[in-house]
Design a protein around this ligand. Structure first.
Ligand SMILES: *[C@@H]1O[C@H](CO)[C@@H](O)[C@H](O)[C@H]1NC(C)=O
Ligand SMILES: *[C@@H]1O[C@H](CO)[C@@H](O)[C@H](O)[C@H]1NC(C)=O
Length: 173
């Protein structure tokens, strides 16, 4: 009888932990995520070009897209810094320099957001990523009547589109 009971307790625990495991490993609904994204086709393309997104759970997807946002911000910053350095037109140089400041803020906002991501704090992540996105908007605005290098607009929209995916995920966390 004792062995029987122990066996039952053992089986029950096994099932219990298997269920917890299943709940934790729920595959994220990529269609639903991209359906809510700022740029749906960008989102769909992103998922397609990153095969590891397929079958991933929400925390994994949050980490992947967040890492991409960080890479995108620092890549944009590098590009804009080099444009600022070689620009001779004072108005444009001023625009690039102010953009550079914006992206430095975005990079530091994202660095802070890492903690929100680690503690699965969706609302906190949302606030910091939104703030980082603002940087790209302000950057774009600093060229209102100027002909900036087209790569800047591309950097800005790519960055905002990747952040847009992180925002949708943060609302599901
Ligand atoms: C949306 O994403 C597509 C595909 O990546 C891109 O071609 C398009 O320019 C993007 N639109 C905006 C408004 O960012
Ligand atoms: C920014 O634009 C430059 C030039 O098009 C490109 O080489 C770089 O990859 C872009 N970086 C990001 C992160 O969008």
């Amino acid at each position: 009888m004792g062995a029987y009971l122990r066996n039952n307790v053992f089986m029950f625990s096994l099932m219990f932990f298997a269920m917890i495991g299943l709940l934790n490993a729920q595959v994220a609904d990529i269609k639903a995520i991209c359906g809510k994204a700022k740029n749906q086709s960008f989102c769909t393309n992103y998922m397609k070009f990153n095969p590891k997104t397929s079958g991933a759970d929400l925390p994994t997807l949050a980490k992947m897209t967040f890492d991409s946002a960080q890479t995108s911000a620092s890549g944009a910053l590098t590009n804009i810094q080099s444009l600022a350095k070689k620009e001779t037109n004072p108005a444009l140089k001023k625009g690039y320099t102010s953009c550079e400041e914006q992206y430095k803020n975005s990079v530091s906002n994202l660095n802070e957001a890492k903690q929100n991501l680690a503690s699965r704090d969706g609302p906190g992540l949302n606030i910091k990523v939104s703030a980082a996105m603002e940087g790209a908007t302000t950057c774009q605005d600093s060229f209102a009547n100027l002909k900036a290098d087209p790569s800047v607009a591309k950097n800005n929209s790519d960055f905002q589109n990747i952040c847009g995916i992180v925002l949708v995920i943060s609302n599901m966390m």
